[in-house]
Design a protein around this ligand. Structure first.
Ligand code: NAD
Length: 348
């Protein structure tokens, strides 16, 4: 990375600029490219510093920091999860993130990550489904039609060739919103009144609900053989959506076991419950789906390396564009040790 110039400014991508960038790049191309960046980083998994995210829980939600480094760059994301927020007109999940140069320690990018999280989570789901969904899977049940749902659906379309989506949410207004947003984007969209109706004929079952409790979104008798479950709504101790019987029948794939055992669907299972890490599958060291009858489950909670890949991607894409503004975040005294003297520049 570059050495700091005399006046180091930090590129900042606002929500407004991220929205413009999504239109400029095209959302499906962006999801495919993000999946490639995530795939490349998971292939070099062993290189990264890894730690479960640092979580601060309250009665109403959680605030988390998600750091990692590949030795050259360092990234972190600040993210919250507050299911009650939507009833107050606020997002359940909002985030921002930073990428820094390990050599100087200087930040090289600050960006909104609420949209970027939805994109990278969807790209990760589809990347994993590429290895695990049954061959020819073209129909997905999307249970939970909130902020993540359209992104999840479009990533499955862009990366897997999904043709149909069957929507269910306990709030019909969320389903109506999702159906309207997906209209005209080249998918057959069906609004369903029950989760049972939503999973009819679907080979991929995505659960993406927000509720700070152990709910049963998918019960054991709802899950037939051969399906792939993409469970992305976990991510919190005391919050699960699948019946334990489903986990017992499935081959479970996770991002980073020390984090998923605390936060994921597998928090319901014994500590030594067998799981496969997705990086091993992505790097070709472990098999994904073995046969047509197997139930596969991606117990997704979101891991720091996915955010790191997304930060790298945005850093690369905004070069020579106007999709960012420069922030004056770094002190630049003429003599590095004369920080006090630098203050005198602003003397009235
Ligand atoms: P959101 O609040 O916008 O949407 C959640 C939807 O779930 C709402 O429409 C709600 O009505 C619905 N819902 C709640 N309980 C339900 C039930 N029992 N049956 C059907 N629908 C139900 O939230 P969001 O931003 O879409 O996030 C959804 C979940 O995904 C959250 O738990 C969030 O933490 C998680 N998430 C995970 C990752 C990851 O990397 N795995 C990333 C982002 C978000």
């Amino acid at each position: 990375m570059t050495q700091p110039s005399s006046k180091a400014l930090v590129p900042f991508v606002s929500v407004d600029n991220m929205m413009r960038l999504i239109h400029h790049l095209g959302i499906e191309d962006m999801l495919r490219d993000l999946a490639s960046y995530i795939e490349a980083d998971f292939k070099r998994w062993e290189l990264f510093d890894k730690t479960p995210r640092v979580a601060s829980h309250s009665d109403v939600g959680v605030i988390e920091l998600m750091p990692t480094s590949d030795g050259e760059a360092y990234g972190f994301k600040y993210v919250n999860g507050h299911p009650k927020n939507t009833s107050e007109g606020l997002q359940t999940v909002t985030a921002f993130g930073l990428l820094a140069d390990v050599y100087t320690g200087y930040p090289v990018l600050l960006t909104e990550m609420t949209l970027l999280t939805a994109l990278r989570t969807a790209a990760t789901s589809a990347l994993v489904a590429k290895h695990l969904a049954p061959k020819g899977a073209d129909t997905m049940a999307m249970i939970g039609n909130g902020a993540q749902s359209e992104f999840q659906t479009l990533a499955m379309k862009a990366i897997l060739g999904l043709k149909s989506v069957r929507l269910y949410d306990k709030d019909p207004a969320a389903t109506a919103k999702c159906a309207q947003n997906l209209a005209g984007l080249g998918l057959n969209v069906t609004k369903c009144n029950t989760p049972e109706e939503a999973i009819e004929g679907a080979q991929i079952l995505t659960t993406c609900t927000a509720d700070k409790q152990c709910a049963t979104i998918l019960s054991d008798n709802m899950v037939g053989s051969g399906v792939h479950i993409n469970a992305i709504g976990g991510g919190c101790p005391g919050k699960t959506g699948l019946a334990p019987g489903v986990l017992e029948r499935a081959e479970v794939f996770v991002e980073y076991p020390p984090q998923t055992r605390v936060e994921g669907e597998i928090q319901q299972m014994p500590e030594d419950f067998a799981v496969t890490e997705i990086w091993e599958m992505i790097a070709g060291r472990k098999t994904g789906r073995r046969d047509r009858s197997q139930i596969t489950l991606f117990d997704s909670v979101g891991f720091a390396i996915e955010d790191f890949s997304a930060l790298r991607y945005i850093r690369d894409r905004i070069k020579d564009t106007d999709y960012f503004v420069d922030l004056d975040m770094l002190a630049d005294p003429d003599d590095p040790r004369d920080l006090f003297g630098m203050v005198q520049r602003a003397k009235p």
